[in-house]
Design a protein around this ligand. Sequence first.
Ligand SMILES: O=C(O)c1ccccc1N[C@@H]1O[C@H](COP(=O)(O)O)[C@@H](O)[C@H]1O
Length: 203
Amino acid sequence: MRVKICGMTSVAQAEQAVAAGADAIGLVFYEKSPRHVNLALAADIASACGPFVTVVGLFVDTPREQLDAILRAVPLHLLQFHGNEPAEMCEAYGRPYMKALRMRPEMDVNGALVQYPTAAGVLLDAYRPGVPGGTGETFDWERFPETSPRPLVLAGGLTPDNVAEAVAVTRCYGVDVSGGVESSPGVKDPALVEQFITNAKRG
Ligand SMILES: O=C(O)c1ccccc1N[C@@H]1O[C@H](COP(=O)(O)O)[C@@H](O)[C@H]1O
């Protein structure tokens, strides 16, 4: 089980998550998010993580020039797309990418998955109209596909209390969390981070 802790807003938070066993950390480049980081801070956080931790950049319909500038400044290993980016746009940067799909009630999940054959992974998240992610809401885990052409990551409303069950029900490749390990938006709680990672890996 791989665990990503998303929305790091300080070097100390990232170092603590890595020390607690996080496989990946996320940097949010979506300006409307309370977890948004500027380039200098993002670069400092990325370089504090060490060579064996995946540093993920999160984007929501970010214009090409802006994303290129971020890539020049911050050493990102994986791009996570949370907007309406088609596969060609996700592929255009020549980096491994993960596409987030929000689980609208009427969505044909298998049909959506095959639209991203080049993704390193696909993340399934809760759907709230008008909100691209970080909702703190779960979706019906029974809708999680049993098989997939690409590794599937579960997100949406995960917490230390529900993550073991979520892993058991979905048998996902990995989990991603933001709000469920925070004391307030953008502030990670070290105890919750540690509990989350322990419970996810145990589950
Ligand atoms: O974290 C954010 O602020 C965010 C903003 C815009 C799009 C996605 C965002 N976060 C991602 O959303 C999911 C679920 O988050 P939560 O655990 O329910 O708070 C997760 O993949 C985050 O990386």
